[in-house]
Design a protein around this ligand. Structure first.
Ligand SMILES: [Zn+2]
Length: 112
């Protein structure tokens, strides 16, 4: 069984304990509250949206840094998996670099 103690919503940063209905995607999770917010936005209804970082006190911002870093690392891992699959298919570094707006050399150095 998966250890969910370190999972958190990629949008509001609530932990699995704070937001027990987390839904997973490739490198991301979303909680039920954020799903409801998304549904309201998609339906054109008013919503509270997602608060900006400027709404948080310094201690709350500092407490969020580790989760932000984890989210960044998870997104980076997904990107690397996609690039690894492209390389397995022998797609050139030039095409990969072009797809993400960097040079062939930069793509190889960053992901090779
Ligand atoms: Zn959330």
């Amino acid at each position: 069984m998966t250890d969910t103690s370190k999972l958190f919503c990629s949008f509001c940063r609530k932990s699995a304990a704070e937001a027990p209905s987390l839904i997973g995607g490739p490198g991301v999770h979303i909680c039920g509250v954020c799903v409801k917010t998304c549904n309201a936005v998609l339906a054109g209804l008013p919503s509270d949206g997602f608060g900006g970082w400027d709404q948080l006190e310094e201690d709350a911002l500092l407490a969020n840094l580790e989760r932000s870093q984890s989210a960044h690392e998870a997104a980076r891992a997904v990107l690397q998996q996609q690039i690894d699959e492209l390389r397995r298919r022998e797609v050139s570094w030039a095409r990969i670099g072009e797809a993400i707006g960097i040079t062939r050399q930069a793509a190889w150095e960053r992901f090779g």
